[in-house]
Every structure is written in structure tokens, then in C-alpha cells.
Design a protein around this ligand. Structure first.
Ligand code: TRP
Length: 358
């Protein structure tokens, strides 16, 4: 390892293994992660303990989804030569830091987290969610701080967890490392703090919508596996074609000569997000508004655009599907490397907290 690589700032990000990655993950965060590998020392975690917060009764499914996520990571271009991919449940230091950090967060503060509230509602958890579910944002703080991460590329829904991470890091640094509370976030480490105050790096599209009709409030729903409106990074061209052809568009436009609405129309949201040919988009939108271009033509063009992005990923993935031995080896080696880093941070944290006795 050269001196230059050693000094790269750290980056942590990751996903809960819930199924295959889709285009929403791509524009929200994965695309950034792939690009940032050159400039950051990257650690990508597969949050399998977090998966247990809602699926502890489906261990085989979680196991399968860990492998699916691993294959997606490698297929999109996360490069094990430059980046470390690891499994959350194998890093004991994360669990230990979670317990210490849980003392920093008042219980009502956990309940004020808007993402927690959304998840309770969207996943229909009612009042019977496990205690561990409420603990996961704190475990996420530990995921990030265990690696002294400077930046975290994530989607918009993770913003509340990032804020919590900053709060815990500031508090720790003030209490145990003597950092003045008036210190600017960027200067905490310079002032003797152990933990950097992380920055959030959001994707170019904050929240990608799905291919389906709007929800009951009239707003288009976000792309999500559970809403059955996702285009996956592992979909083959035929599947992409079917999904785009069945995509929700302007419901009032029955034939190609009807005037169409571009706003709030998934067809055009997808073109705007993925089609690099902005001149074509502008011209085609005008024709669409006037009833001078058919949905089918615009959809065909979108299919070509999406296949061009997804097909190379799918092909790389199919190679990994035939070499699970390699996929596991990457995960094992990454986990070993991550363990060394996190264990070192835990020791430093214990030292700062005056809880190192031997
Ligand atoms: N909560 C994230 C998700 O559901 C996954 C995650 C766990 C994560 N730990 C993290 C993301 C640390 C970024 C950094 O997708």
C-alpha cells in the first residue's frame, strides 16, 4: 500500500440485505459509492443484523439476501482491490460500541427519528416491533464511527441517522476528548476528538419514483421492492421491456394524438434521470405535450437507455452467480480486514472513556 492510499479519507456505507438492488439504490447512493472508490478508503457493510430487526423469523431469506447483495456490489463495480466489503454481524466491535453509544441517546430522541416513524408505518409494524428495531439507528452510528468515517454516501431516507451519528460523535468528543462544544464540525479531530463529524453525500436524485401509479395522496410512490414497482440492476432486457411497457404514464392520454402531461409522469422522470440525450428529451417532451409522439416510441427509447445501463451489470453478475466461492472469499477477506480497523477504534474509544484497565 502506498503512502497516498493510506492517507485517503475513510468512507463507510452499506445496505440492509432485503433483496436485489434496484435503480433507486443506484441513483440514491450506489453510483456515488462506485465513483468515490478512487478518492476514499471505502468500507461497505452488509447490515445483516439490521435485517433481523424485521425478519428474525426468516433467517434463510436473510442469508440468501446477503449473497444477492454481495453479487450486486461486485457487479456494479465495487472493486475488492480498492474497497472493503464486510458483514456487520462478524464485527464484534460494532456491537460493543452500540452498547456504549446507546447511553448517549435519550429514548424520546430515538422515537423522534422520522425514518423510524416512516418504517413503523410503511412496514405495518404496529406496536409490536422489537426493542432491537429501535436500537438499529444506534448500531448504524457504530457502523460508521467504528471506521472513523468522514463521509457516508446514502439516500435521503438515511439523513436522520446521519444526524444522530453527528450528535453522538460530538458528544463523545466533548465528554471524553475535551473538545470545546463550540468547535466547528470540520475541526473536531484537530481539537483532539477521536471521531470525525461525518458528512452525508446524497445521490443526484434524492428519491427515485417507481414504475407504478400514484398512492392515495396523489404522489408518485418511491421505487421499492415491496411496492412491486422496481427495476432491478439484475433484470434482463426482456424484463426491463415488460416493466417499461407496463409503466404508469399520463392516465388521460388514451392515444398518441392526445395531448399529454409531462409533469409527474414516470416516463419522463425516468428519461430525465437516466437518458443522457437531453436534446432528444426536450424535443420529445414538446411533441408529447402536443400529441405528436406516442407513448410507445418514448418507452422504446427508455428501454434502450435502461438496458444500456443495466445489461453490463447483469452480465457481470451472472459470472459471479457461477462463482459463489469467490464471492464468499471476498466477503470473508473484507470482514477480516474490517475487524482489525474496528477493533482498534474500540480500544481508542475505551481508552478515551477511561475503561481500559489491562
Ligand atoms: N440503514 C441502511 C439501509 O437500510 C443500511 C446501513 C446500516 C448503513 N449501516 C449503515 C448505511 C452505515 C450507511 C452507513 O439501507
Amino acid at each position: 500500500m502506498t503512502e497516498a492510499t493510506k492517507q485517503k479519507p475513510r468512507l463507510v456505507s452499506g445496505d440492509t440485505p432485503t433483496g436485489r438492488l434496484h435503480l433507486g439504490h443506484w441513483v440514491g447512493s450506489v453510483e456515488n459509492r462506485v465513483q468515490m472508490q478512487d478518492d476514499y478508503d471505502c468500507y461497505f457493510l452488509i447490515a445483516n443484523i439490521q435485517a433481523f430487526t424485521t425478519r428474525m423469523d426468516k433467517p434463510a431469506e436473510v442469508h440468501q439476501n446477503v449473497m444477492e447483495l454481495m453479487m450486486d456490489y461486485l457487479a456494479v463495480g465495487i472493486d475488492p482491490k480498492r474497497s472493503t466489503i464486510f458483514l456487520q454481524s462478524e464485527i464484534a466491535a460494532i456491537a460493543e460500541l452500540t452498547v456504549f453509544f446507546s447511553m448517549f441517546v435519550p429514548f424520546p430522541r430515538v422515537m423522534r427519528n422520522p425514518t423510524i416513524k416512516d418504517e413503523i408505518r410503511d412496514k405495518g409494524l404496529g406496536e409490536n416491533y422489537p426493542f432491537g428495531f429501535l436500537l438499529y439507528p444506534i448500531s448504524q452510528v457504530a457502523d460508521i464511527l467504528a471506521f472513523l468515517s468522514q463521509v457516508v454516501p446514502v439516500g435521503e431516507d438515511q439523513i436522520p441517522h446521519m444526524e444522530l451519528t453527528r450528535e453522538v460523535a460530538r458528544r463523545f468528543n466533548q465528554l471524553y476528548c475535551g473538545v470545546d462544544p463550540h468547535t466547528e464540525d470540520a475541526d473536531y479531530q484537530k481539537q483532539g476528538g477521536l471521531f470525525p463529524i461525518v458528512e452525508t453525500k446524497l445521490g443526484r436524485t434524492r428519491r427515485l419514483i417507481g414504475t407504478g401509479a400514484p398512492g392515495s395522496d396523489g404522489n408518485l410512490l418511491k421505487m421499492s421492492k415491496s411496492l412491486n414497482n422496481a427495476i432491478f440492476l439484475s433484470d434482463d432486457p426482456d424484463t426491463i421491456k415488460k416493466k417499461v411497457m407496463n409503466m404508469y404514464t399520463d392516465p388521460n392520454r388514451l392515444k398518441a394524438t392526445d395531448k399529454g402531461t409531462v409533469e409527474n409522469n414516470p416516463l419522463w422522470v425516468f428519461h430525465d434521470t437516466f437518458n443522457p440525450d437531453t436534446a432528444w428529451i426536450e424535443e420529445a417532451k414538446n411533441r408529447y405535450r402536443e400529441g405528436a409522439i406516442g407513448d410507445v416510441e418514448c418507452k422504446r427509447c427508455l428501454i434502450d437507455v435502461l438496458v444500456a445501463i443495466i445489461e453490463p451489470i447483469r452480465q457481470r453478475r451472472s459470472q459471479f452467480e457461477h462463482d459463489l466461492h469467490y464471492v464468499k472469499k471476498v466477503l470473508q477477506e473484507g470482514t477480516e480486514k474490517a475487524n482489525v480497523v474496528a477493533a482498534k477504534t474500540l480500544l481508542l474509544a475505551k481508552e478515551a472513556m477511561k475503561q481500559r484497565y489491562f
